[in-house]
Design a protein around this ligand. Structure first.
Ligand code: PMP
Length: 360
């Protein structure tokens, strides 16, 4: 009998991967993860509390059909155009696996959602980052010049908060060969969505989430919108039972009775985002023009600023060495910036007070 002494080897591409490890230590005021800081919508919370024990003892629906109906109604599309997932992370990962063979290339703007290169490597694809233009737009020519098998776009983009111009999206959809993923995790705060493009084109998958505007990040519910044959392939890649029965019930309540609650908070974010951006300018910062529920403010030595804010009970997300577009305030700080989630004004006021003390 042979005795093996070495561990089995994981996929070669995993050598480039490390576990996602943002600073998640509890903090008095957490403005670091772009969730809904007003909390859980009330009907969703009620639905969860009232979920009968059979929602726990039995398996949920295989592919969350009832939830897909509710999402289809919300998005104004047919149920056959919806796929759900355990967070939009799951939909993104499944889509990359469904449409990318090992060794394929996925082009993405840089900077963008940092999990995309991770999902690419997890599925043995090669991420090809392409710097944003000086207007924080997707560089369509440069993205297409990489001859990508998949293009990932994000609008409003994380972490810049900026929206892509429709012209850039259209140019990419017209000329790219493979799947185009358009991540709309923050679409509610922009008041604009490319859903009609996804319905017209057979190569565009929109991904969305209930983690942001809908206040249900802990329940892990995301969805994709695209042509039926496209979402069917993502569903095969995703597999059954990915949305728990309790999460599905809460999500359906959120998409029904809670819609006015959600819309009110989205409106509040839009108003407070403008007020907070002005207040940051008054502190001498040059925040980017955000269309999301967070604002990115270039600062020298973001890690130090974030640590000093944390000492004052405020968590923000620091970024260093972002691939800053030329001739922008972000280039002036060499890609160093803090990202701050928009929430109720008293929280933002505390952040402003702490920033006032901390900034040089
Ligand atoms: N896309 C973007 C751009 C994000 O910022 C996030 C969360 N930070 C996600 C997708 C994933 O969200 P979730 O898995 O909670 O739906």
């Amino acid at each position: 009998m042979t005795t093996h002494t070495t561990s089995p080897r994981a996929r070669a591409s995993y050598a480039e991967l490390s576990l996602y490890a943002p600073d998640r230590r509890p903090c008095d005021v957490d403005l670091s993860d772009n969730t809904n800081l007003w909390g859980v919508p009330p009907a969703a919370e009620r639905a969860m509390r009232e979920a009968a024990s059979d929602a726990m003892a039995r398996y949920p629906e295989l592919y969350a059909h009832s939830l897909k109906n509710a999402l289809a109604q919300y998005a104004g599309v047919d149920t056959s155009c919806i796929v759900t997932g355990c967070g939009s992370d799951d939909v993104l990962d499944s889509a990359i696996r469904a449409f990318g063979e090992p060794g394929d290339r996925i082009a993405l703007p840089d900077p963008t959602f940092p999990m995309i290169p991770v999902f690419a490597r997890m599925n043995a694809l090669t991420p090809v980052p392409v710097r944003l233009t000086s207007a924080y737009d997707a560089d369509a020519d440069a993205l297409l010049a990489t001859d990508p098998d998949i293009v990932y776009l994000c609008s409003p983009n994380n972490p810049t908060g900026t929206s892509l111009a429709r012209a850039a999206i259209d140019a990419i959809v017209a000329r790219a060969n493979g799947l185009i993923i358009l991540d709309e995790a923050y679409a509610e705060f922009a008041g604009w969505s490319a859903v009609e493009l996804a319905m017209r084109s057979h190569r565009v998958l929109l991904t969305r989430t209930l983690s942001k505007a809908f206040g249900l990040a802990g329940l892990r519910i995301g969805y994709g919108i695209g042509a039926p044959e496209l979402v069917a392939a993502v569903e095969k890649s995703r597999g059954p039972y990915k949305v728990s029965a309790i999460a599905a019930r809460a999500a359906m309540a959120a998409l029904g009775d809670d819609l006015p609650w959600v819309r009110e908070r989205v409106d509040a974010v839009v108003t407070l985002r403008a007020r907070f951006t002005d207040a940051l300018r008054a502190l001498g910062l040059e925040p980017l023009q955000s269309r999301a529920n967070f604002v990115l403010a270039p600062v020298a030595d973001a890690a130090k600023v974030a640590a000093a804010l944390r000492n004052r009970g405020i968590a923000v997300r620091p970024f260093e060495h972002l691939n800053a577009p030329a001739c922008t305030p972000l280039a002036a700080t060499r890609g160093s910036a803090i990202r701050i989630t928009i929430g109720p004004w008293p929280l933002l006021e505390r952040a402003l007070g702490a920033l006032h003390e901390v900034l040089p």
